[in-house]
Design a protein around this ligand. Structure first.
Ligand code: SF4
Length: 228
């Protein structure tokens, strides 16, 4: 089935297929969703990994050991995050693509309006070129804006299929998977960091607080632009 029509829009058949799959897999095991994705887009699916935990990564490589894994190195990550990326790269022999922004560190600093766009959104768009689908770690519990996110959808901003295998999971599900599979944890988990992004905008959260309270705390910002 053709992915897109000549004008770049998805074909009606593809949209129907996505709708059907989104309904069928809504509460499915994430591994089944990844299996569908890899089967449907052979060699054409990529996982955009935040490397705040190893659960989705572990599932993805269990389905396809050579799946392309994209890490957006903004230049502002914690050294612990970069060390964790390297640890997981070696553990899984990852087919890892690391993107770097095309702007120097002292231009458009963290908090300036275009920083996330230039350091995350634009590099991801370039890394995803030529792919048919991207897999994300988005969860409905993350933010109110994500509460209705389907597990599979057409992503009009990138002209490809977007797959959210753990959309129906919460943070306890992730924790349980990590524990059950004895996966290495992000080093900052041990000092109160739960949802981990760039260092200037990530803080630890007290026990019992929502993990996303540790991101862009006090700014009113909830999304970096990758999922809007
Ligand atoms: S979180 Fe901050 S440093 Fe990271 S890309 Fe966004 S604005 Fe830039």
């Amino acid at each position: 089935m053709e992915l897109e029509s000549e004008d770049g829009a998805p074909s009606a058949e593809l949209l129907a297929e996505i709708d059907e799959a989104a309904t069928r897999f809504d509460k499915a095991d994430p591994v089944q969703i990844i299996e569908w994705t890899v089967r449907r887009f052979p060699g054409g699916a990529a996982l955009a990994a935040s490397f705040q935990d190893a659960a989705l990564l572990d599932m993805a490589v269990s389905v396809d050991p050579s799946i392309e894994v994209i890490f957006l190195d903004t230049g502002f990550h914690f050294p612990e995050t970069l060390a964790y990326v390297e640890r997981l790269r070696k553990r899984y022999d990852l087919n890892l693509v690391v993107t770097h922004p095309e702007v120097p560190l002292d231009e458009f600093p963290c908090g300036s309006p275009r920083c996330c766009e230039l350091r995350k959104v634009v590099p991801l768009a370039k890394a995803l070129r030529g792919h048919g689908a991207w897999i994300t770690g988005l969860k409905r519990v993350d933010t109110p804006e994500r509460a209705e996110a389907p597990v599979i959808a057409w992503d009009p901003s990138r002209n490809m299929v977007k797959v959210n295998p753990v959309a129906a999971w919460d943070d306890d599900d992730v924790d349980a998977y990590v524990a059950a599979h004895d996966l290495p944890r992000h080093p900052l988990n041990y000092v109160g960091y739960v949802s981990i992004g760039c260092a200037p905008t990530t803080v630890p959260v007290p026990e019992g607080h929502h993990p996303r309270e540790g991101r862009w705390a006090g700014t009113g910002k909830t999304e970096c632009g990758l999922h809007v």
